[in-house]
Design a protein around this ligand. Structure first.
Ligand code: CUA
Length: 414
């Protein structure tokens, strides 16, 4: 077989493969669609859990059905014509052009359909942007690759926040209360989305975009960054956690509790020193102090492109780390929490990472080798383009003893 024959064979094989492609694609997408309908997906935007998402749902369902019917008619007509008039060597049919009645009808009909969709769409867009009834302000800042939440002082859903609270990963909000998020970014464009609570909002450096968030009932509502933002875009996740007013009060009180240093002589006490030596340059723990009593203050501006690293004062009140990507609790506890009834949820969430639920594997792996867990631009030999700063958490070359100490110390951050 010479070279040209080989080429012919390959092309023949390719075209038959190509013919099978649409069928395979159709089967896969139909399968995916049906599977997603059947499963209880936590990010199902057809399953709204708050008034904003409900407004979107009320709009998207009729649009989806109308578009579906139009799609079926068009695909059906195209399919019928393709098979019916397939070239079988027959004579070319009589040629005609121009059919004013048909052309006018085919212009007016889509215009009516589009107008029918446009009116409720515009109404919904304005409705979703309403914010004069919000009872709480939370600043949401995206960076590579995690979300920071900082709570303005003042009243939030009937609960007084006396000092700023800075946290990350899990946005904790009072249930049944309209909350105003002010969304921005410290580096590139990200997008904040909790599908069951509201639509997306881009986080753009230098701009402040607002987003109204409200959950009807206590529970956890997950989401993820939806604007491509670099290597770990897929590992930039988030959740909104809604608590009833009493539980939200407990959460706020807990976040504002003064720092308690580990008991002298414990592994955690050694861990506090290890933390100061290795982690505190970037990560703030509120209230932590040196032996002489001076506060230990982080200065991530010197080391990280975004200028900020997560505040981990109350790390063990959250259920996941590193851009809410790796669980701190085992699968059983996570499933129980995610499927808890609104009545049980608050107590379960406020218990934090309990000894029964704690799964240290991810935390240890993360401390051991962060870039190995999550792709980040942290090659120390290649920081010219970022002025010597990291995007994400670099490798600290901690030994296993130091990791033991840090885990013991971090376990007390609740
Ligand atoms: Cu942040 Cu994608």
């Amino acid at each position: 077989m010479d070279r040209s024959e080989a080429t012919v064979t390959t092309l023949g094989e390719m075209s038959s493969t190509r013919r099978r492609w649409p069928l395979a694609a159709l089967a896969v997408s139909a399968g995916t669609f049906l599977a997603s309908c059947a499963s209880n997906a936590p990010q199902d935007y057809f399953d709204p859990a708050g008034p904003n998402a409900e407004k979107i749902d009320t709009l998207q369902r009729p649009v989806f059905y109308i578009a579906g019917v139009v799609a079926l008619i068009v695909i059906g007509a195209v399919g019928y014509i393709v098979f019916k008039f397939k070239d079988r060597g027959q004579d070319i049919p009589e040629q005609s052009h121009g059919n004013p009645k048909l052309e006018i009808a085919l212009t007016i009909l889509p215009a009516i359909i589009l107008a029918g969709i446009a009116v409720p769409t515009v109404v919904t867009v304005f409705d979703l942007n309403k914010q004069d009834d919000t009872e709480c302000i939370i600043n949401v800042t995206g960076q590579q690759w995690w979300w920071e939440y900082d709570y303005a002082t003042g009243e939030c859903g009937g609960v007084e926040i006396s000092q700023p609270i800075v946290t990350s990963g899990e946005l904790v909000i009072p249930a049944d209360t309209p909350v105003l998020l002010r969304v921005t970014s410290r580096d590139v464009i990200h997008s904040y989305w909790i599908p069951r609570l509201n639509g997306k909002r881009d986080a753009v450096p230098g701009r402040l975009h607002t987003l109204r968030m409200q959950a009807d009932e206590p529970g956890i509502y997950t989401g993820q960054c939806t604007e491509f933002c670099g290597l770990s875009h897929a590992r930039m996740r988030q959740a909104a956690v809604a608590l009833n007013q009493a539980d939200f009060q407990t959460w706020v009180d807990n976040q504002l509790e003064p720092y308690t240093a580990p008991e002298a002589g414990t592994l955690a006490a050694t861990g506090e020193q290890t933390f100061i030596a290795n982690c505190s340059k970037c990560h703030q723990v509120n209230g932590i102090a040196n032996a002489d009593g001076t506060p230990v203050l982080s200065d991530p501006d010197l080391y990280v492109v975004s200028g900020v690293a997560p505040n981990i004062t109350n790390l063990m009140t959250r259920t996941a780390i590193a851009g809410w990507t790796f669980d701190l609790i085992n699968e059983e506890c996570r499933d129980a929490l995610w499927t808890a009834s609104p009545d049980e949820f608050g107590a379960m969430y406020l218990a934090g990472v309990t000894p029964d639920c704690f799964d240290e594997a991810a935390l240890r792996d993360w401390l051991r080798n962060p870039p190995g867990m999550k792709p980040m631009y942290v090659d120390p030999n290649n920081l010219d383009s970022t002025g010597g700063k990291y995007r994400g958490m670099p490798m600290l070359n901690l030994n296993e003893n130091q990791i033991d100490e840090l885990v013991a110390y971090l376990l007390e951050r609740k």
